[in-house]
Design a protein around this ligand. Structure first.
Ligand SMILES: NC(=O)c1ccc[n+]([C@@H]2O[C@H](COP(=O)([O-])OP(=O)(O)OC[C@H]3O[C@@H](n4cnc5c(N)ncnc54)[C@H](OP(=O)(O)O)[C@@H]3O)[C@@H](O)[C@H]2O)c1
Length: 317
């Protein structure tokens, strides 16, 4: 079996990838505890020691607001480290799948962003992620046979991992009668498990083709957009979370979700007002459109309910 070095195996997407990849490859999970991405020499050493066929980078500095006060740290983790991964992968003939974000766009469009749209990040997190994309692309420009995918996704949530919008809404909804949520930011909530499935399909293409016959490769190097399908606002997403959660049986105190504007909820960083991504390019490889965001939400909540109420798992962990 071929080997996949899974960097960031403890994150939301990383944990899902551990299970989806295990049927197609020998996975070497690398959580934060065993590799700190700020130590670039250790990143090189880990890749050289394990000599994988494929590197997947699911690790990132994802604290969007905190990045405004720690831009250098965000840049080391989101740009310098993935660039080192690309250099090492190119050197040893391994492929790289790296995850990026809708926040590389400024949000001034009102139709889904395609892979050829010009990025123009408006916050430190988006800037650091764009630098990471560019670092990987520069390595490919120097070593054209180096195979990489930059998979941009958006509004990620999952039952595994620490915190996300869905878990926050459930916590607030169990404590309060009213929750206020911004209604003028639009995008697509995406279930981490669906991202993991898409990455696993891409991985299986690359792990099964013969290195000496790249003409069999349907996955050409470049940027791909993957989110669930459909478009919504954070407010409508919150309403859907409470509807689905109530139907599944989560105990909720909540009576009202109140729509507010971004101006009424100031945050340290500006977020794009519109960041839906066009996923048609990757759908041609996956042979199907991504599942609708509401379907992903229902499946995630069902999984979370089982974890929460049918085991000792706690939402507050
Ligand atoms: N979350 C979103 O809404 C969203 C939206 C668009 C794109 N993305 C992208 O999707 C990818 C996966 O995100 P996710 O939601 O799964 O994020 P996540 O749950 O925050 O996972 C990221 C992982 O990276 C680890 N990490 C952070 N700093 C590190 C360091 N210095 N060294 C080693 N590991 C470190 C984190 O560890 P700790 O948990 O210990 O910090 C965590 O395990 C990322 O590339 C992210 O930029 C996410």
């Amino acid at each position: 079996m071929k080997t996949v070095l899974l960097i960031g195996s403890g994150g939301q997407v990383g944990q899902e990838l551990q299970s989806t990849l295990s049927s197609i490859a020998q996975v070497i999970p690398i959580p934060r505890e065993s590799l700190d991405l700020t130590q670039l020499d250790r990143v090189r050493e880990t890749i050289q020691k394990t000599c994988p066929h494929l590197i997947i980078n699911a690790a990132a500095y994802t604290a969007v607001d905190r990045a405004e006060s720690e831009p250098e740290l965000a840049t080391v983790i989101n740009s310098d480290a993935p660039t080192v991964m690309a250099e090492e992968a190119a050197q040893m003939g391994a492929a790289l799948i790296h995850i990026s974000t809708d926040y590389v766009f400024d949000g001034s469009k009102n139709t889904p962003y395609t892979e050829t749209d010009r990025p123009n990040p408006i916050g430190a997190y988006g800037k650091s992620k764009l630098l990471g994309e560019q670092g990987i692309q520069q390595v490919h420009a120097t070593v054209p046979e180096f195979r990489y995918v930059i998979l941009r996704t958006a509004w990620v949530y999952g039952a595994l991992g620490k915190s996300n919008f869905v878990k926050t809404m459930l916590r607030l909804g169990s404590d309060r009668e009213e929750v206020r949520v911004v209604s003028d930011q639009v995008g697509t909530p995406t279930w981490a498990a669906d991202i993991a499935k898409a990455i696993t399909v891409l991985s299986s293409h690359w792990l099964s083709i013969e290195a000496e016959d790249p003409t069999t490769d349907r996955v050409t190097s470049g940027i791909y957009h993957f989110t669930n399908s459909g478009v919504t606002s954070w407010y409508d997403f919150a309403v859907a979370i409470f509807e689905e959660a109530a139907a599944i049986g989560f105990p909720l105190k909540l009576q009202r979700v109140v729509p507010i504007t971004t101006a009424e909820y100031p945050t340290p960083t500006q977020r794009p007002a519109y960041s839906a991504l066009a996923w048609q390019k990757i759908a041609a490889i996956l042979n199907s459109p991504p599942p609708h965001w509401r379907q992903g939400l229902r499946q995630m909540l069902t999984q979370l309910y089982t974890q929460t109420y049918e085991s000792n798992y706690s939402l507050r962990r």
